[in-house]
Design a protein around this ligand. Structure first.
Ligand code: ZN
Length: 164
């Protein structure tokens, strides 16, 4: 099992450090936390992240440059919406992030980009849309997913025992 490599339906446990490509801006890093475990091949991670890890094994280290199309997508110039101020928390300001519920029931962060007397303009793009990303990734371990993890569509921690 120690020489297992990352393929669909394995659980990969990795440390990662993500920056906006070409800058020092860190948008996410696991280094101050436990490493991340995820079920491979089930849409848990951005496509470019999983693709780079295919066939890697414990101990492998890599640096990956992921174009935005393989990360959080291009920015969508249509993804703006005018919302009456009455529907928003009192005192919203430009730049503030709010939680919005999508038609499919997911809660996503949206940003207030403009305000007038009656309406706010909200930007529904993901914060990282349009950004090329660079990850330094270290593979900690790889194991087969359990039946339960495959049924749930997500990892239950490095050992597969985590409750949730
Ligand atoms: Zn579960």
């Amino acid at each position: 099992m120690s020489d297992m490599t990352i393929i669909k339906d394995t659980i990969a446990t990795v440390h990662y450090h993500g920056t906006i490509t070409g800058t020092d801006e860190v948008f996410d890093s696991s280094h101050e936390r436990e490493p991340l475990s995820f079920l491979v091949g089930h849409g848990q991670m951005i496509p470019g992240f999983e693709a780079a890890l295919m066939n890697k094994g414990a101990g492998d280290q890599l640096t990956v440059h992921i174009p935005c199309a393989e990360a959080y997508g291009e920015r969508d110039d249509e993804a703006f919406q005018q919302i009456p101020l009455a529907h928003l928390p009192e005192g919203v300001e430009v730049g503030v992030q709010l939680a919005a519920q999508t038609e499919s029931g997911h809660v996503i962060p949206v940003r207030v980009v403009a305000l007038d007397d009656s309406e706010a303009t909200l930007d529904f793009n993901h914060e990282l849309a349009g950004q090329d990303l660079t990850f330094e990734i270290q593979v900690i371990s790889v194991r087969p997913a359990t039946e339960e993890e495959l049924a749930h569509g997500h990892a239950h921690g490095p050992e597969g025992h985590d409750h949730h």
